[in-house]
Design a protein around this ligand. Structure first.
Ligand code: NOJ
Length: 777
């Protein structure tokens, strides 16, 4: 039998030589030749079947097991030690490793399997490459603010290229969870509050990671996560219960996952939460009926870390054996760190509680991706020390990271055109706990980004101005009290905030006093957002408010440079500062990118992918709400709103200013009535009325006025980012058809319901031109 496997391996080895020769001269991943056909000719299904036919039950179950490497746990650590993992690897009873990084470690681990196991089925190596591997790009929420799908795809392609050069072949990204609650720490990891934006951004990321061909040495398998509902945890608390019905599930949560499946994402990850009483990991309707059934998707589903075992804590499984039974029957193919499948699947088959056909199916799904990645051709295909040295953190990648970062910045306020600053100002104060922070801009989930390796704001500004400009720097206050030792696992170190030491404020005030303008860098530490970082307070923690007020007393000319991973309460800063730049956690080139915008070398073009509230009490806050039966009245109290705060956002979804200004007019329809099979062309003229060239994101929203289910007051359905020279007008057109107007109706079908629809076009979700169309039967 071993002979048979080696024959298979030899055949695929030959294919590999062809592929490598073809790829040797390619340097950019999205230029990869499409060799998918080549693989398909060989018929992956036949190969998968022939490998499966050689496998014993223990080896099949082994393929469904994923372990974490030793130093890098990204969840509560397991009770099983390294010796156990080693023994299992030798027996060929492990399908995948996560958190094993570097060519040397990956090679060493793969070698164990190749040298000791009976069938030598290669491992697939996974890692959370969320916004860059070593060259760090803006956090996904920030990058989404670029509304630039090419740029987003490009950053994923570079992340894939660097990961693959380091031996990896699978990332746990993109997260396509719609997230509407600023309290939830993982808002930073997705594309914000809108299902359409999450869909198109998710697909761009998948295409970036996977390219046209998974077997290319520059591409890796992607993973759409967390299936499903993880972003809807009650009260913004991580891992919390999700109580949503079919309408929300199908119309809001599932569309990005469906788009990911359609785009051919190799894997899905399920999710920690329960949905209306059923833990997602044990959710048969979601995984078997919808994902693998209705959507016909043929990749594999990995559990989230320990989520099979966690069904016991949920009170859904009696013990681990029961949990394994539920998860396998529900369609969770691979067990990440629960140790449930390896312990109980064999017994469950014996007892007829799990059908062997389901195990075979799960194994086939996993083998298929391993074949597509080319791992059977060469298990060490991604292990190339030279590539690891030469293709990671290159000047070219850093230049692209700067470009992505500057495009992700959102100008929220710019009274009296405070910005851009002139490079020949006499003095600029650079103040704040994040002003010279070289680590926070890397954000959470920063792959292998080196501690303290980002360009700080201070560095960026200093290198942008000439010697005649005096830079007056003061930190003012520390945001946190150091608890995180560089290189240590950040999951084990909850942050502590500095709430007592204000000794640096006096110096900051002195610097502000003697400067023409203040750049005040405040916001959040990298580890304030991300997994497990839910907060009830979305304001400026520590002593940042005190610093702001003290500086404001002596210099009103404050530009707020926000660095953060979630929508924050900006009510006070927007009251007192003439200018606000939303700079997220922008990655390796943060300071340079911010300087590009501050001094006008780049005209900001970002738009918010999430609503920013007046107050945390408004959360969850999102533009695509339903109207309610009592929308609002200022004259009577019995309407839906708050008595102590506005109902709407302080900065709405889709909002962002430019150093120039745009005017929208001539909203034009080629017709205003169609039947369900028809289409309407709508166009709008956008004029750059300012004296600078600039980019604008033209956004189209709809409202279905009457539905068999209540529909949101606005829904983003299309957008286009355009460049306009000063004084230039461009006409932008969109096609409105059934595909755009349909929703998951009371009939439990995706369909268009005849009736009236409002169409809105504008530069954000609030300020739009509007007109009505009618759909007939
Ligand atoms: C738990 C997180 O929820 C998931 O997104 C991540 O990929 C895994 N841990 C592995 O680190």
């Amino acid at each position: 039998m071993t002979k048979r496997i080696s024959t298979i391996l030899l055949t695929y080895g030959a294919i590999l030589v062809v592929l490598l020769t073809a790829f040797a001269f390619n340097t950019i991943s999205n230029e990869a030749p499409d060799t998918r056909q080549l693989n398909l000719n060989e018929d992956i299904e036949t190969k998968v079947d022939s490998v499966l036919s050689l496998m014993h039950l223990n080896e099949k179950i082994g393929q469904l097991v994923q372990y974490s490497g030793k130093w890098n746990a990204t969840g509560p650590s397991s009770s099983n030690g390294d010796q156990h993992k080693l023994d299992k690897l030798k027996k060929g009873e492990v399908g995948s490793m996560l958190n094993v990084t570097s060519v040397a470690s990956i090679r060493e681990t793969q070698k164990i399997v190749m040298e000791h196991s009976r069938l030598k089925i290669p491992l697939i190596f996974a890692y959370d490459v969320i916004h860059g591997y070593k060259t760090i790009f803006p956090i996904p929420l920030g990058e989404t603010a670029s509304w630039d799908l090419d740029v987003i795809k490009q950053s994923a392609a570079i992340a894939a290229k660097e990961s693959a050069a380091s031996g990896l072949n699978w990332t746990f990204a993109p997260m396509v969870d719609v997230s509407r609650d600023a309290r939830w720490g993982r808002v930073m990891e997705g594309a914000g509050e809108d299902p359409y934006l999450n869909s198109v951004v998710g697909v761009a990321r998948i295409k970036g990671f996977q390219g046209d061909d998974l077997s290319h040495i520059y591409t890796i398998a992607a993973c759409a996560k967390h299936f499903a509902g993880y972003g809807f945890g009650e009260a913004g608390r991580d891992y919390n219960t999700v109580n949503i019905g079919d309408n929300e599930l199908h119309n809001t949560i599932l569309p990005p996952f469906k788009a990911a499946a359609k785009a051919g994402v190799a894997t899905f990850m399920n999710s920690f939460n329960d949905i209306d009483g059923i833990p997602a990991t044990g959710h048969k309707v979601l995984q078997r009926d919808i994902l693998k059934g209705k959507w016909g998707w043929n990749g594999f589903v990995v559990s989230d870390w320990g989520s099979i075992g966690e069904m016991i804590a949920h009170g859904y499984a009696e013990d681990k054996k029961h949990a394994a039974q539920i998860a396998m029957n529900a369609g969770s193919d691979m067990d990440m760190e629960s140790y449930a499948y390896e312990a109980y699947l064999e017994k469950l088959v014996e007892e007829n509680k799990v059908d062997i056909a389901q195990i075979d199916e799960a194994v086939k799904r996993i083998l298929r991706i391993k074949f597509e990645l080319g791992l059977f051709d060469d298990p060490f295909k991604y292990c190339n020390e030279q590539r690891e040295k030469e293709e990671i953190y290159t000047d070219e990648h850093l230049a692209i990271a700067r470009d992505v970062a500057k495009k992700s910045i959102v100008l929220l306020k710019n009274e009296n055109d405070v910005l851009p600053l002139s490079k020949s100002l006499k003095s600029i104060a650079v103040i704040g706990p994040l002003a010279d922070d070289k680590d926070s801009p890397l954000g959470n989930w920063r792959g292998k980004g080196d501690y303290n390796s980002a360009v700080s704001l201070l560095e960026g500004v200093t290198s942008a101005v000439g010697t005649s400009t005096k830079i007056n720097y003061a930190k003012g206050v520390d945001l946190t009290i150091p608890t995180l030792e560089p290189g240590k696992n950040q999951f084990l170190y909850p942050l502590k905030f500095n709430t007592t030491d204000n000794s640096g404020i006096a110096e900051a005030v002195a610097m502000a006093k003697k400067s023409d303008v203040v750049l005040l860098a405040i916001g959040e530490n990298a580890y304030q957002t991300g997994e497990g970082r839910s907060q009830t307070n979305i304001g400026f923690l520590g002593l940042q408010n005190e610093l702001l007020e003290a500086v404001y007393k002596v210099n009103k000319n404050i530009v707020i440079v926000l660095m953060n991973g979630r929508p924050m309460d900006l009510s006070r800063v927007s009251e007192i500062s003439p200018a606000i730049l939303e700079c997220w956690h922008l990655g390796s080139e943060s300071g340079n990118a911010i300087a590009d915008v501050v001094f006008g070398d780049y005209n900001p073009s970002g738009k918010l992918p999430v609503s920013f509230p007046h107050h945390v009490g408004q959360e969850p806050l999102y533009y695509n709400q339903k109207n309610t039966g009592r929308p609002w009245s200022s004259k009577h109290v019995t309407y839906s709103g708050y008595r102590d705060a506005p109902k709407s956002a302080l900065y709405p979804f889709g909002f962002g200013l430019s150093y120039t200004s745009f005017k929208y007019n001539n909203l034009n329809f080629d017709k205003t009535e169609i039947d369900k099979n028809g289409s309407i062309k709508v166009s709008v003229a956008v004029l750059n009325t300012g004296d600078r060239d600039g980019e604008e994101v033209v956004q189209l929203y709809i409202r279905d006025l009457v539905g068999s289910l209540v529909r949101p007051i606005k829904e983003l359905k299309a957008f286009e980012k355009i460049m306009l020279k000063s004084g230039e007008t461009k006409t932008v057109s969109f096609t409105i058809d059934a595909k755009m107007l349909q929703f998951y109706t009371a009939n439990k079908k995706w369909e268009v319901e005849p009736g009236d629809f409002d169409i809105f076009i504008g530069g954000n979700s609030k300020d739009t031109l509007k007109s009505r169309i009618t759909i007939t039967e």
